[in-house]
Ligand binder design. Structure first.
Ligand code: E4P
Ligand code: PEP
Length: 351
């Protein structure tokens, strides 16, 4: 349920409404949007009569039911206003959300050594990316495949952050690793394979860094939004949803099927920001640029692109990684497409 507060209502009156609703055994959450303040209500609201709530205060405009099972993640919960995630990085605060320029995250699948991760970070920065991606802990299909360098790769990510000023996005696979990864990462990634690891979701929701939640390869959009709900219900509302391709009957030409239609669907269902990963989505470097541009045209807020100094020698995901040169070309196209849809970098205002 949400309580829509009238414009211009004094703070003290909003607090009074929240205090009263707390005494009813509900958890009120004040959400300040660009146009409205709403109070989200979580708890046993099924039997509650909205008119009884409206009677609490003359400052209440309306009381609406949230019909979706994912309450906090639903678009209704913010009265149709998109949320944004703000991430402080050494190069400045980066916003990901519907009213902001397209943000690009780039980097290798795995952190292999200091030289390659720093070189990739510097190139990504030069081309306009805002985040460096790279796995220290790698979820691999085969136990015999390279599993990532683990903890020692975290200090290499820290070195790349320092050299480039880019924010770091890296995956957490296991609950005991959360704190040490959060010391280095600006955004914690939950990978496709862990999207429904509920104990991990609950723990990641208890820490304060933003979370990139990848869609499970066989997850419906409702499953995915319920996974986001787990994180939000544990206290962390800074969730970005990342579509990375789903499994279908046809895996002959692409590794996964990138569900571009999830973008407008998510827009309708949720206020959360969206990222698209065409690298895992297609599995082939050749297809990545077209799908990246299609994702911008369809309304994504951000992209995740795998880039490697020498994809042929990559320890993981080489075939889907762009070379530096290919990434530079793609970034030129991204800038054009972003401008076409009104999501280009804003020019600094003239003095
Ligand atoms: O991003 C890297 C993943 O670990 C990789 O895509 C897993 O794939 P694989 O282990 O099936 O090769
Ligand atoms: C493992 C990764 O991706 P996914 O979870 O989407 O397979 C990754 O981005 O490193």
């Amino acid at each position: 349920m949400i309580v829509v507060i009238k414009a211009g209502t004094p703070e003290v009156e909003i607090s009074r409404v929240c205090d009263e609703l707390s005494t009813w055994g509900l958890t009120p959450e004040k959400i300040v949007g660009k146009h409205k303040v709403v109070v989200g209500l979580v708890g046993e609201t099924a039997e509650l009569d909205p008119y009884r709530i409206e009677e609490i205060s003359p400052f209440i405009e309306s009381v609406l039911r949230v019909e979706q099972p994912f309450k906090r993640a639903s678009r209704e919960y913010r009265h149709n206003e998109p949320s944004e995630v703000m991430i402080p990085t050494p190069n400045g605060d980066v916003y990901i959300g519907e009213h902001h320029p397209i943000v690009v995250t780039a980097g290798p699948c795995s952190v292999e050594n200091e030289e390659m991760i720093v070189a990739t970070a510097l190139h990504a920065k030069k081309m306009g990316a805002k985040f460096l991606r790279g796995g220290a802990y790698k979820p691999r299909t085969s136990p015999y495949s390279f599993q990532g360098h683990g903890e020692s790769a975290l200090s290499l990510l820290a070195a790349a952050r320092e050299a480039s000023g880019l924010g770091i996005i890296t995956e957490v696979m296991d609950t005991p690793d959360i704190d040490k990864i959060a010391e280095v990462a600006d955004v914690l990634q939950i990978g496709a394979r862990n999207m429904q690891n509920f104990s991990l979701l609950k723990q990641i929701g208890k820490q304060t860094k933003p979370v990139l939640l990848k869609r499970g390869m066989a997850a419906t959009i409702d499953d995915w939004l319920m996974a986001a709900e787990y994180i939000m219900a544990s206290g962390n509302a800074q969730v970005i949803l990342c579509e990375r391709g789903i499994r279908t009957f046809d895996s002959k030409y692409t590794r996964n099927v990138l569900d571009i239609s999830s973008i407008p669907v998510l827009r309708r269902l949720t206020h959360l920001p969206i990222m698209i990963d065409p690298s895992h989505g297609t599995g082939w470097a050749h297809f990545v640029p077209k799908m990246a541009l299609a994702a911008i045209a369809a309304g994504t807020d951000s992209l995740m692109i795998e880039v490697h100094p020498n994809p042929k020698k990559a320890l993981s995901d080489g075939p889907q990684s762009l070379t530096f040169e290919q990434f530079g070309e793609l970034m030129d196209q991204v800038k054009h497409m972003a401008a076409v849809v009104g999501r280009g970098e804003r020019e600094p205002a003239m003095a």
